[in-house]
Ligand binder design. Structure first.
Ligand SMILES: NC(=O)CC[C@H](N)C(=O)O
Length: 383
């Protein structure tokens, strides 16, 4: 008979290290890159951030699942990160907003969870060796072919060169008018004529679109492979480049020509995360893979123009090499953790982008003003 302590999930790293734990969510097997996220809240937003496609998230905060889940906190319906790793088995939820327990929600989304393993040791391993390739298996009977799982992890090609934006982008264009969540109002709809913004969806988080709407934008979302002609046909007053998964250099194949075409028309451009990286590529800079990336809700960033420091939400494994920024493109923000590039702007133009997530979700809202800056640039042109 199965005992309580029998492992029902197993995480195998490509170097042969194996962690056992208790499975929750979907049953099955998956292979991905493993990253750690240090946020203390917002596990559901993290798991549904399309930027995590191809990645499994280990949470350094030990109590995950205790506020359950609600569809209001989903950053996209599907897909979610490939799997989740937590210290304690998710407990019963205690939250008036919760509609579904975390394990059940994860099962419905077809994603695997593993609990009851040493996430501190795992996080140390990630810090020391860089984000590893892993295989994660969940079997209620506890039957694991460990050598096969290690071999699968080893054989996985990894994120470098992988274009995942195509997989997570919308199939068709759509309009967006929902604004940021507010106490007693929930998600109100934007009314009246707004600033015409085209948002390119490389895997956009819903809260980014809400922030644009709250800042006064009438948002039309276009698929990742939209061309400059598709974008300009909508006569946009501003173009927004979203976050997204995978290697920016791979996505850049179609995104770079579009961005160049838009910049020729001198339209204001604002990019976030993957959008920041591909804007940098379009301007002639290079992006590189980081060792274990930045994933959390407590990353200090310095604004080199104002000298101010903001605490930001981050989720990226690639970075813009600031040494490769061409003349006329300024580095505007840096990470106070490792000095890596966190923002750029084009001299004399309303073209700017940041590596971090001003929409938070989860995380601090120190940087929401960037959406207003984008809106102000468009309003100034109307005036
Ligand atoms: N959040 C994002 O947009 C992530 C961008 C990119 N996929 C990276 O990992 O760096």
């Amino acid at each position: 008979m199965e005992t309580q302590s029998k492992p029902t999930a197993c995480l195998a790293l490509a170097d042969g290290t194996v962690f056992y734990g208790r499975g929750f969510g979907a049953v099955g097997e998956t292979v991905a890159e493993l990253v750690f996220n240090t946020a203390m809240t917002g596990y559901q937003e993290i798991m549904t951030d399309p930027s995590y496609a191809g990645q499994i998230v280990t949470f350094t905060f030990p109590h995950i699942g205790n506020v359950g889940t609600t569809s209001e906190d989903e950053e996209t319906a599907d897909p979610v990160a490939a799997g989740m790793v937590v210290k304690w088995d998710p407990t019963e939820s205690s939250n008036w907003r919760a509609t579904t327990e975390l394990g059940e929600w994860l099962r419905l989304k077809g994603r695997i969870g593993i609990g009851g393993l040493d996430t501190r040791r795992l996080t140390r391993a990630i810090r020391q060796q860089g984000a590893p390739h892993v295989a994660l298996a969940h079997d209620p009977d506890g039957n694991f072919d460990v050598p096969a799982l290690v071999a699968r992890a080893k054989a996985w090609q990894g994120l470098v060169g992988l274009d995942l934006a195509r997989d997570v982008t919308c199939a068709q264009s759509y309009r967006w008018d929902e604004m940021r969540w507010a106490w007693s109002e929930g998600f109100a709809k934007r009314e009246g004529e707004g600033l015409r913004v085209v948002a390119i969806d490389y895997g956009a988080k819903r809260n980014i679109l809400r922030c644009l709407a709250s800042a006064g934008c009438d948002v039309t979302v276009l698929p990742a492979t939209a061309t400059a002609e598709d974008v300009l046909a909508l006569n946009p007053e501003g173009v927004f480049l979203s976050n997204g998964p995978g290697d920016p250099a791979a996505t850049g194949e179609y995104a770079v020509p579009m961005i160049k075409g838009v910049m020729e028309k001198d339209v204001p451009v604002f990019g976030i995360c993957l959008g920041h990286q591909i804007l940098a590529l379009a301007l002639g800079a290079r992006t590189v893979k980081m060792s274990h990336g930045h994933h959390g809700a407590n990353h200090p960033v310095k604004d080199l123009v104002s000298g101010k420091v903001e605490i930001t939400s981050m989720n990226h494994g690639f970075t813009v090499d600031s040494q490769t920024l061409p003349a006329g493109v300024r580095e505007t923000h840096v990470s106070l953790f490792d000095g890596s590039n966190c923002g750029i702007a084009v001299d004399g133009k309303d073209v700017f982008s940041v590596q971090y997530h001003p929409e938070a979700s989860p995380g601090p809202q120190d940087s929401y003003h960037l959406f207003e800056r984008f809106a102000e640039a468009m309003k100034a042109r109307r005036a």
